[in-house]
Ligand binder design. Structure first.
Ligand code: PLP
Length: 371
């Protein structure tokens, strides 16, 4: 039996499609294509969901990071710490601002940014900001990072592109910590639009006001104070994510149940596997289900076996950031990130997986690694 990595057909059930199409109809009827009522409604609802004071929709998750950096006046000549395990857009946003990415190594067990690595780097290098990434949906250690960064005046921007509904260690939802937090609503995310969209959450009125201008060509009620750019989220995308937001918590619970089932089936039978998100069962949004094998070779063999049986899988990430050509000479630390990327492969964990599909995946994984 084939198991797909995503299943949009089941996710976007008929009832949801009907509601979204009705919203699209009303948008067309009213010629309200930009900054419409669903932008406002979504921003209010997502701010509540994340316990943030403000949510600002933007065009995509990469812009969200760039705009957050810009709002903090981070640009040319500034150094910004980023973890070696993330989608490369985190680095791209830093480079697009003219700033310099510095690689912070990751915790070898989780792939999350390492607080120890950050401490070592800060002894030699001043970072104007760091961008911890809640990778795979796991919560990055924000409290510990805040302790390290506070006295040194290092700003924190949380990249939560994969973490809609993740809970931080102090029980605060990702987005509500007080740090600028950026989200992507790319269609494969836990909360996905029917195109591109992104958002920034903040507790600061001042930053919200600045971001509000920056995303819309610098416009403000006081007239043009500075140039911004066009990073508006269109009304259609806002309508889609507004319609889908109320289902997110239940979908994340279904992902959590699948994660639990995978762990129950694989831990006792595959002692050689390591599960990076194992300690975050209740707090991860389980955007992805990563497993670590013993070596790159074993990972590629498992991948070939899963491909043969049409079991969805993905190498997120095939290489750590420091191994990508544009970052080959980047400063910082990268040893654990390289090893993590060599060994990691992700199994399907979308919210519509059936018990039968979960069984099929675990059976094929066990066969594939011959345990
Ligand atoms: C960790 C991370 N950061 C940033 C992004 C960029 O988001 P977008 O593709 O919406 O620009 C993504 C998603 O693709 C991501 O996974």
């Amino acid at each position: 039996m084939a198991v797909s990595f995503y299943d949009f057909k089941k996710l976007h059930h008929i009832e949801m499609q009907k509601n979204i199409l009705e919203k699209f109809g009303s948008i067309i009827e009213q010629n309200a294509f930009i900054d419409g009522k669903y932008n406002k409604l979504f921003e209010e609802d997502f701010a509540k969901f994340t316990k943030a004071k403000h949510c600002l929709l933007v065009a995509n998750g990469t812009d969200a990071i760039e705009l957050a950096l810009e709002a903090l006046d981070i640009g040319k000549g500034d150094q910004v710490g980023i973890p070696g395990i993330t989608f490369h857009a985190t680095a791209e946003a830093v480079l697009n601002r003219g700033a310099t990415p510095v690689l912070v190594d990751v915790d070898p067990k989780t792939g999350l940014i390492s607080v120890d690595s950050l401490k070592r780097i800060l002894k030699q290098t001043y970072l104007k900001a760091i961008i911890p990434v809640h990778i795979y949906g796991m919560p990055a250690p924000i409290n510990e990072l805040q302790e390290v960064c506070r006295d040194r005046k290092v700003a924190i921007i949380e990249d939560a592109a994969q973490a809609h509904g993740t809970i931080l260690s102090d029980g605060v939802p990702v987005g509500g910590s007080g740090n600028l937090t950026t989200f992507s609503f790319y269609p494969t995310k836990n909360l996905g639009a029917f195109g591109d969209a992104g958002a920034i959450t903040t507790q600061s009125d001042e930053l919200a006001q600045k971001l509000n201008s920056l995303r819309n060509h610098g416009r403000s009620s006081q007239g043009l104070q500075f140039f911004g750019r066009n990073s508006r989220c269109d009304h259609f995308q806002a309508a889609v994510i507004h319609q889908k937001l109320p289902e997110l918590a239940a979908e994340n619970d279904r992902r959590r149940n699948t994660a639990q089932a995978y762990l129950q089936k694989l831990i006792p039978t595959c002692p050689e596997l390591h599960f990076p998100a194992q300690d975050f069962i209740q707090t991860s949004s389980w955007h992805l289900f990563p497993i670590l094998l013993k070596s790159r070779d074993q990972k590629l063999k498992l991948k070939a076996y899963l491909d043969q049986y049409k079991i969805g899988n993905a190498l997120f990430y095939e290489r750590s950031l420091g191994e990508e050509r544009p970052l080959a000479d980047a400063a910082g630390e990268r040893v654990h990130a390289i090893q993590f990327a060599e060994r990691v492969i992700c199994l399907p964990i979308h919210p519509c997986l059936s018990d039968e599909e979960v069984n099929e995946v675990t059976t094929r994984v066990r066969e594939g690694i011959k345990c």
